[in-house]
Design a protein around this ligand. Structure first.
Ligand code: AMP
Length: 456
């Protein structure tokens, strides 16, 4: 079964799907939709870009249409929990699109916006409630929302909800749901914390896994650019001279950093906006809309803010800073190469970030090729100037000597100290490290992967 028309879905839903341009199901949809229609609880390991939203929304809509439940005041027949406002809005847009010819009522509850309209929207009850946990729990505690009649519960991006500290809220919310319900849990990764939660709320679930981390990673043409920390801004300006980077999502670790990078881009005459938790909901939505419409070329985001960003046609993801969790890296680069498109990622890596990079490579089970063809490469692999090593003790990560020196030196345009001489002995190649592989292009190479964190 590969076509939506084989599923026995309501004709109005099929019509909406067709108008949305979907014909064949994605792998997650093929597995999840029949199972959900068959009343199964589900634990699905799937990332954004796999079509997971439709995988749960379509059968949910179908079941709400054929089920006997009724809307009740302040109640919801189904609840979809999501980690961020952006993702909640995104899900809501999908649900509305699929249900555009139906009379199902759906609404959104999330923080950072006035509660009054949300309370009002819940007064007569809804079929589908999409919510972030914090605000939902507030409104439940204030008795504006009553979830005693929920028939279906979906947790989307469960791993991220737990990362964001929502476990308590989620447990409190679920405690107020009927035990007899169908539950679907979607997560990009399955750490023990999510596994534990799943065990406590799912009954006899079907487990499906369609896109292990490596799958997304393999679709994206990834590169790492070695660069001293202090030269990252110049490197960004340099790479953005290339017009083919036309819709670029740039990640920074902090909100401050996002603002800084966005300001810098504006100074360079590159239209951009920053999106992070300190921005108002309206500002975030506007930034997203402008980016979607192509009015801004670059969107600078923090990890949390970027969750749920569904923008097709992102040509490049730039990691201005390397994330310290490999999962974030996979999420970040998964923002490009969505729904079958191609995409590329450029990760700016300074000395201190090499250990993060190594963890990432381990997690995605592949080396990230080094792009040498930029003006700062030589400096990036050379011993860092004293000023760059001022970070507090970090298990040797920031110490002198770029351990990744595999390059032949062909790209060394500004070789100010070629890194070899200053290299501590222990960093040296070989011993037990993964074998370097050439990556095809003459300009990129994979590096020798030194076990940096453990280096004495
Ligand atoms: P998601 O993983 O839910 O964030 O979906 C990723 C993108 O794929 C969204 O832009 C969806 O609209 C799109 N999409 C989902 N299912 C299909 C499908 N069966 N065919 C084509 N596009 C799809």
């Amino acid at each position: 079964m590969t076509k939506f028309t084989d599923l026995g879905l309501n004709q109005s839903v099929l019509r909406a799907i067709k108008e949305g341009g979907y014909e064949t199901m994605t792998p997650i949809q093929k597995q999840a939709i029949p199972a959900v229609l068959d009343n199964k609880d589900l634990i699905a390991i799937a990332q954004t870009g796999t079509g997971k939203t439709a995988a749960f929304s379509l059968p949910l809509i179908q079941k709400l249409l054929t089920g006997e439940g009724k809307r009740t005041a302040k109640g919801a027949r189904s609840l979809i929990l999501a980690p961020t406002r952006e993702l909640a809005i995104q899900i809501s847009e999908n649900v509305r699109a699929y249900g555009k010819y139906l009379h199902l009522k759906s609404t959104l509850i999330y923080g950072g916006a006035g509660a009054k309209p949300q309370i009002k929207a819940m007064a007569a009850g809804v079929d589908i409630l999409i919510a972030t946990p914090g605000r939902l729990l507030d409104l439940m505690n204030q008795r504006h929302v009553n979830l005693g009649n929920v028939e279906f519960l979906v947790l989307d991006e469960a791993d991220r909800m737990l990362d964001m500290g929502f476990i308590r809220d989620i447990q409190k919310i679920i405690a107020q749901l009927p035990k007899a319900r169908q539950t679907l849990l979607f997560s990009a990764t399955m750490p023990t914390s999510v596994e534990k939660l799943a065990n406590s709320i799912l009954q006899n679930p079907l487990r499906i896994e369609v896109a292990p981390a490596a799958t997304t990673a393999e679709k994206v043409d990834q590169h790492v650019l070695m660069v001293p920390k202090g030269r990252k801004r110049e490197l960004l300006a340099h790479v953005l001279k290339d017009e083919s980077l036309s819709r670029v999502l740039i990640f920074t670790r902090t909100k401050h950093g996002a603002n800084r990078v966005s300001r810098q881009l504006e100074q360079l005459g590159i239209s951009s906006a920053a999106i992070h938790g300190n921005k108002s909901q309206n500002a975030r939505q506007k930034a997203l809309n402008d980016f979607r419409a192509g009015d801004t070329r670059a969107l600078v985001a923090t990890d949390v803010a970027a969750r749920g960003i569904d923008v097709d046609g992102v040509t490049h993801v730039i990691n201005f800073e390397i994330p310290n969790e490999p999962e974030s890296y996979v999420h970040r680069i998964g923002r490009t190469a969505r729904a079958g498109a191609t995409g590329a990622s450029l990760s700016f890596c300074d000395h201190e970030e090499r250990a993060y990079l190594k963890d990432i490579e381990k997690s995605i089970r592949q080396p990230v090729p080094v792009l040498e063809d930029h003006p700062f490469h030589a400096e990036g692999i050379a011993p860092a100037p004293a000023g760059e090593e001022s970070k507090p003790a970090n298990n040797g990560r920031g110490r002198r000597g770029g351990g990744n020196r595999r390059s032949s030196g062909s790209g060394n345009r500004q070789n100010n100290g070629d890194g070899r001489s200053g290299a501590p002995k222990s960093r040296n190649a070989g011993s037990g490290a993964a074998k370097p592989q050439r990556s095809g292009s003459g300009k990129t190479r994979s590096r020798n992967r030194r076990p940096q964190r453990t280096a004495a």
